[in-house]
Ligand binder design. Structure first.
Ligand SMILES: NC(=O)c1ccc[n+]([C@@H]2O[C@H](COP(=O)([O-])OP(=O)(O)OC[C@H]3O[C@@H](n4cnc5c(N)ncnc54)[C@H](O)[C@@H]3O)[C@@H](O)[C@H]2O)c1
Length: 382
């Protein structure tokens, strides 16, 4: 008898990245050779027409990997019995939006997602958060779905891992699979910290430390990080587009493939996971670590890298940044853990245009208090 189809859910499935992830999951045998999937594509009600159009197109691509195509705007229906969930549906940072705008808006989305998962998630589900800011969204989701265990929860830092790997390979004109033991530490933001010191490069069959192979310590320690951080902006400027959609979709699918089948023997990847206290990072903080995955699909943090004084400082800076962003999100959600006071708009005035924009995906415009705090942040008074 054929194996039961694996239920793969993609939220934001009619968006740029969600649609590309859907195509790849329908086309590639990510869940295993010959393994059928049920592809569940989730969208906001207002985008269901576009989603049905997109599914109509995928169905005519002559792909044999999918047993059933399901479209829905109902998170409970989507998440029930789901084996794999790509959380791609959320708000993208538009021109003029600050990072705190994006944190606030997506915190509200991820509260809803967490609540839905808390009702129906399978104990073995594999979830990857693609929506920015990935670290914060993962912690909000986990807060509202407390029964989910760290083994269920990851977020995407593979985009930067892939970029760094490719940049190093290009310096030596070699294939990127010759670069191993690379790590992206911390927060998926412009401050993500690439660790090249532990990376190794295969040259003529021998693994050499990256610093020894490249022989440009100043570039690797200072300029490389800057170039990595600016890479996305550079591409967007040249392409005149608002996002590196292909880069993100491919990274999300690679992340999931490694999680299902294991990382390359002798190597690891970078994933945002809930810290178990490794490297002195607070337990429960969503942080990008070096992560090794067994062939059975169980991930663990690679916990025995030596960390020097410079790296310690960088790791701790990212902890503080993530904690501050988490506090901001908790403030928006009015959680008891928040130490900041959510300011009420005493005048009761609401900028309806912004309220509607930020309430994208929600039945009601966001409350005044939230608009108040976001406005303050934009004015730089927080
Ligand atoms: N470097 C990165 O890792 C990176 C880069 C770009 C984008 N992203 C993230 O990927 C996400 C998707 O980007 P995109 O370019 O595809 O955006 P997009 O605006 O094209 O698509 C997002 C889709 O999500 C849907 N959506 C919003 N909330 C939803 C919800 N709760 N449930 C279901 N659907 C929902 C929207 O209707 C929209 O169709 C963005 O939110 C962004 O944060 C990450």
């Amino acid at each position: 008898m054929a194996a039961k189809p694996i239920k793969v859910v993609i939220t934001g499935a009619s968006g740029e990245i969600g649609l590309m992830v859907s195509y790849m999951m329908a086309k590639e045998e990510i869940c295993g050779a010959g393994q059928l999937i049920d592809l569940v594509m989730v969208e906001n009600r207002s985008r269901m027409k576009q989603l049905r159009g997109a599914v109509g197109e995928i169905k005519t691509c002559n792909l044999t990997n999918v047993q059933n195509y399901i479209t829905t705007d109902n998170l409970i229906e989507a998440f029930t019995d789901a084996d794999i969930i790509f959380l791609v549906g959320g708000l993208f940072s538009a021109p003029g939006f600050s990072r705190n705008d994006v944190i606030g808006m997506n915190a509200l989305e991820f509260k809803e997602i967490g609540l839905a998962l808390s009702k129906v998630a399978k104990a073995t589900v594999k979830i990857v958060v693609v929506v920015e800011p990935q670290n914060i969204n993962l912690m909000v989701l986990s807060y509202f779905a407390p029964d989910l265990k760290p083994c269920n929860l990851t977020a995407l830092s593979r985009v930067d891992h892939n970029r760094a790997q490719t940049m190093l390979a290009r310096m030596l004109n070699i294939s990127s699979d010759k670069i191993v033991h690379l790590t992206m530490w911390g927060n998926r933001s412009i401050t993500i910290f690439p660790d090249i010191r532990h990376a190794k490069i295969e040259i003529k069959g021998k693994l050499l430390p990256a610093y020894e192979a490249i022989k440009d310590d100043f570039y690797l320690k200072y300029k490389f990080t800057e170039e990595l951080q600016n890479r996305e902006a550079e591409i967007l400027k040249k392409r005149k587009t608002s996002g590196c959609f292909q880069t993100v979709a491919i990274a999300a699918v690679q992340h999931m493939r490694d999680w299902i089948h294991g990382t390359k023997p002798g190597d690891w990847t970078s994933m945002i996971v809930m810290s178990d206290g490794s490297y002195g990072i607070d337990k429960g903080l969503a942080y990008s670590f070096p992560v090794r995955v067994s062939a059975a699909g169980e991930w663990e943090i690679v916990s025995d890298l030596d960390i020097n004084y410079y790296e310690r400082e960088k790791l701790d800076e990212r902890v503080n940044e993530i904690k501050a962003e988490r506090m901001f999100a908790y403030g928006i959600l009015e959680l008891p853990e928040a130490k900041i006071e959510v300011q009420k708009d005493e005048e009761g005035a609401v900028d309806q245009a912004r309220a509607t924009k930020w309430s994208f995906g929600h039945a009601e415009p966001l409350p005044c208090s939230i608009l108040g705090i976001l406005e303050q942040d934009r004015l730089g008074t927080m």
